[in-house]
Every structure is written in C-alpha cells, then in structure tokens.
Write a protein that binds this ligand. Structure first.
Ligand SMILES: [Zn+2]
Ligand SMILES: [Zn+2]
Ligand SMILES: [Zn+2]
Length: 457
C-alpha cells in the first residue's frame, strides 16, 4: 500500500509513541501528513494545524529536498507523484483541512499566533491567510443555499457553507441508499439526505469519546460531551471534581436536550461567575445567598434550575420577587436602626407567614403586594415618628392617633408592623383605631337577601 494512504500506518504504535512523551512533557508536537489520525490514550487538549500549500510548491519543495539534497532519482519521484501521491493527497490529506482547528499558509513565515478557544467551532482558518488567499481558498457559492460564503466542507454535492453544514449535522433518519438509521449529512443527486458513507464524505462525524454521530466541536467531541466538560470545568470545587451537591444540576442540564442552547448559556460571563462562585463557596448555596446576586434574570433562571434539580429546596415563585424587592427597599433606608427593625419584621414575621401560606397554596400577586405595602408604611411610620423626636420604644397613644388621622387607608398597612412591635415588646401596648366598616348598617330583609342570592347563582 502507498505511504500516501493513512491505512499504511500503524496508528496503535503511533498512539503509543505519543503517550510516552505526554507522560513527562506538557506540550508534545506531532508532525506529519496524518498527525490528525494519531490519538494518544493520555488525556490531552489537542490543537490540530493544517499547513496549506499549493500543489506546485508542494512538488517543488519535495524535489528540492529529496532529489537535489538527498539524491533520490527524479524520474521515480515524479512517477510516484503522478500515479499515486497526487490523488492520495486529494483523497486522504485534503479532507483533513476541515477537521483542523487552524489552517496556516505554508509559503510565508508565520507571524503572530492567535489563540483560539477550545470550544469554538473549527472554522477559524482565516487567521493566517491573506484576504486574497482566504477569498481564493475558502469563499465559494454554497451548493445547498447558493450563498457566497466561507466553505466549511467540500462534499459530493459541492462546497457547503457553515449554516448548511450545521444544519446537515442535525439531519437524521433512514438512509434511502443503505437503509441505515443514522446521521444524513450528504445529498444524493435528487437532493435527498443520505448518510456519510453513501455520499462518499471522507471525514467522519463520530465523537471521539462517546461515538455519537453529529456536529463535532473542539477536540472532536460532540456537543453533549463538550457540555459535560464545560460543566465539569465550571463546577470544579478546586479538587478537580464537581462537588456532589451539584451533580443533580449537571444531570438535568445534560438530559435537557439541545445541548447547544446550554453551551450558549454557559458563555454568558454572569452565568460563569455565578457557577464558579457557587462551586467554590464564595456564593452560599442558599436562596438567601442568591438574593444578594445580580443580574436578577440570570439569577432567577439559575435558581429555577437549582430548584428543578432539587439542589435548592422549592420556594414559591411569588416569594422570590418579593425577597428581591425587600433587599432593594431596605437598602435605601438611611437610618440603620430602622433598617434593622424592618428587616427583623420582614424575616421573622412576614416571610414566615408567607412561607407557611405558600406551602399550602401558591401565593397570589395581591398577597405579596400587600406585604410590600406593610413594609413601606412601616418605614414611613418610623420616619414620621423620628420627625416627632421619638423612637418606637417611646411611641405614645397620641402618636398612633395622629398617624392614622391623615390618609388612614394608605397608612393602615402599617398596623401589622405596629401589632408585631407590641407583641414582641418593642413598643408600649397602645390601641389601634378599629377597621372602618364599609357594610350597610341596616340588616338585610329576607326578600333582598334572596334577590342577591338569585343574582349570584
Ligand atoms: Zn449554504
Ligand atoms: Zn447510507
Ligand atoms: Zn460525545
């Protein structure tokens, strides 16, 4: 078999030979036509570089090196090239271009190297090509959508743009040519989706770890395996493992389907910060711990996931916006004593009451609105009392009466705070004005009562 065919190589031996230096060195460079196929068993982060060179320069350099320098017969070299190597390159080497992380131009000195995030898809080849080279080598009319765009692959039906490539990586079903149920990225002459083997696509789409056939990301891992790795990295508690408390969260994120959406979510810097904070313990894994965090939309979504997975106990969804409101509301109260008193009232009285209610039945918006009114009016009362030169412990009956004379309906919600203060010995026991009766004082006559009942029924 010709050496230009990868089947002529002993890859087990090559993997073994790569494992040895990997054990002692942080960086190992594997050079060669089929370096892409070498898969060491040692865990590693790989970065594949395709060196692009036009065919005439490839041949010229080979003649210079083998014939002019080493004395190899030119006629043999040319015969090999024309009979085998030229076709072998097209068949075995060129397809590797699309699977590499970076394509560099081999006909000029390499300048600045630009690092690429491992999770980025593999189409970053423009980095070291000139605009003209890029246009010449990468830009094509897509065979499927007709757009003029950077090609991601060259398949039997022609050049494929990135959008069509990613779309093709989600087409599954029974291949009409061979009858197998699998990924159908190719197209037959009628445009019917067919499998990779029937379409003659050289590159394969099997995840290097789990064997799933689909879109491959950095390191030839599928989206699911990439998501698992990303979560493991973010939720590492510093020991190289995920804290056991977060395993249920990881489980539901992996089982949710559409891993691409999760990967996009995990690119949000706020999500990264929150997850890192929770994993390392700088953010307490409690509802209260999360209340201190922003932005609230991100926090809310994360909290829902933590509750859905059972990592955090369920909390009523109406209760959460109320707690957030309370944090903000208390923050703007200037007097530290007032703030503390209101916080105690909210935590020890209101929240307890709301939680007990929420356990029986979901809270309505009106309930939390009323609770907000209670805090607002309690704060207003404390400020008003201070303007009279007294604190809550020195409150008199005259103060209570004066407070309720002006706009009594607005101020009435403060009474729940006042009762709590009296009950807990924070203020003297005083009399609160009775609730205003709005009913008719006249008793209903029998016929009127029946008329109302008929209307209701
Ligand atoms: Zn397209
Ligand atoms: Zn097939
Ligand atoms: Zn996988």
């Amino acid at each position: 078999m010709d050496v230009g065919d990868p089947r002529s190589l002993d890859f087990t031996r090559l993997a073994h030979d790569t494992d040895a230096p990997l054990a002692s060195s942080p960086v190992v460079i594997v050079d060669g036509l089929f370096a892409r196929h070498v898969t060491p068993r040692t865990a590693n982060v790989r970065f594949d570089i395709f060196v692009h060179l036009p065919a005439d320069l490839r041949l010229a350099r080979k003649i210079q090196r083998k014939c002019l320098r080493d004395g190899f017969p030119l006629d043999v070299l040319l015969r090999n090239y024309l009979n085998h190597r030229r076709a072998a390159h097209e068949q075995h080497v060129e397809p590797l271009r699309g699977g590499c992380d970076l394509v560099v131009s081999g006909d000029r000195p390499v300048g600045v190297w630009t690092a690429i995030a491992a999770n980025e898809p593999i189409h970053k080849s423009r980095l070291l090509l000139t605009p003209e080279e890029y246009e010449r080598w990468m830009i094509r009319d897509c065979a499927r959508c007709g757009r003029r765009a950077s090609k991601s692959a060259e398949w039997s039906d022609g050049p494929i743009c990135r959008t069509c490539y990613e779309r093709a990586m989600r087409v599954r079903g029974r291949c009409l040519c061979c009858g197998t149920d699998r990924l159908l990225p190719g197209r037959d002459t009628d445009g019917t989706p067919i499998c990779r083997d029937c379409a003659g696509i050289v590159r394969d789409f099997f995840c290097d770890r789990c064997g799933f056939e689909g879109l491959l990301l950095g390191g030839r891992l599928c989206e699911h395996c990439t998501l698992a790795d990303t979560l493991a990295r973010l939720l590492d508690d510093g020991t190289g493992r995920i804290t056991s408390a977060f395993l249920p969260l990881v489980k539901i994120l992996l089982e949710m389907g559409r891993p691409k959406s999760r990967l996009i979510w995990l690119r949000n810097p706020n999500v990264v910060r929150l997850l890192r904070g929770l994993a390392t313990g700088s953010i307490p894994l409690t509802h209260d711990g999360l209340h201190q965090e922003t932005p609230w939309r991100t926090v809310t979504h994360l909290r829902d996931l933590l509750m859905d997975s059972g990592v955090l106990p369920p909390a009523d969804r109406q209760l959460l916006p109320y707690q957030r409101w309370l944090t903000e509301r208390l923050a703007i109260i200037e007097e530290p004593e007032h703030r503390q008193l209101l916080r105690h009232f909210a935590v020890w009285h209101q929240m307890r009451r709301l939680r007990a209610k929420a356990e029986k039945t979901p809270l309505g918006r009106s309930q939390t609105n009323h609770t907000k009114q209670e805090v607002t009016q309690a704060g207003a009362f404390l400020a008003w009392l201070a303007s009279q030169g007294r604190d809550i412990g020195q409150c008199q009956q005259a103060d209570i009466d004066a407070w309720h004379t002006e706009s009594p309906a607005t101020r009435r919600p403060s009474q729940s705070f006042l009762r709590w203060c009296m009950r807990t010995g924070r203020m003297p026991r005083l009399t609160l004005p009775p609730a205003v009766m709005t009913q008719d004082s006249e008793p209903l006559h029998q016929h009127r009562r029946l008329a109302i009942l008929r209307r209701v029924l």
